[in-house]
Ligand binder design. Structure first.
Ligand SMILES: [Zn+2]
Ligand SMILES: [Zn+2]
Length: 186
């Protein structure tokens, strides 16, 4: 039974030493700290929507042998100890881009999906406190406020959250921070 090199970044299946697998054409997905590897093109495809790559394709690669991998890990660790070393790639492309997929503007369904998950009914909930929002408008302007305003505002909040999630993912964080959100316009 061949030994596991890494696990698929999408489905967590084992990728064994020397195995043919897929990596992403986007360089930040291949930094030694990130190192996204995928067992199949469809697993690679599942991370594209989340990171909103504009122009990306899967690249067929072969996992290193155990000997090579252990040696590279050791030299990487030594280099990291010596200096903040630039990321080195250890996966070696063996072929031209296998599948090329240009990712354009997100479609409405893709916009509603982060990490390939479409919003459930529960997630379509109101995200603003309707009474407080109406009071704010009333206090500032004396105006009333239509009921559908809160729904649209909730969609805005969701869109901002989705962008923030992508920004955090690009930054290789698992926590969304205030810096992932745009500053309010005033
Ligand atoms: Zn997989
Ligand atoms: Zn990628």
């Amino acid at each position: 039974m061949p030994e596991t090199w890494l696990k698929c970044s999408a489905c967590r299946n084992d990728i064994t030493y020397g195995a043919v697998h897929q990596v992403c054409s986007v360089s930040t997905c291949n930094r030694s700290r990130t190192r996204l590897v995928f067992c199949t093109v469809s697993c690679w495809d599942s991370h594209v929507a989340m990171l909103r790559h504009r122009d990306a394709w899967a690249v067929e690669a072969r996992a290193p042998s155990k000997e090579v991998w252990v040696r590279e890990q050791a030299s990487e660790a030594a280099a990291a100890a010596a200096a903040p070393a630039p990321a080195t790639r250890t996966v070696v492309s063996t072929a031209a881009p296998a599948v090329r997929r240009v990712v354009g503007e997100a479609s409405p369904s893709a916009a509603a999906a982060v990490d390939g998950v479409t919003l459930t009914e529960a997630e379509r909930d109101m995200l603003v406190v309707v009474s407080k929002m109406k009071k704010y408008i009333k206090d500032r302007s004396g105006m009333n406020c239509g009921d559908s305003v809160a729904e649209l505002l909730s969609d805005h909040v969701r869109a901002l959250c989705d962008d923030a999630i992508r920004a955090a993912a690009r930054d290789e964080r698992k926590t969304v921070l205030d810096r992932d959100l745009p500053r309010p316009r005033r």
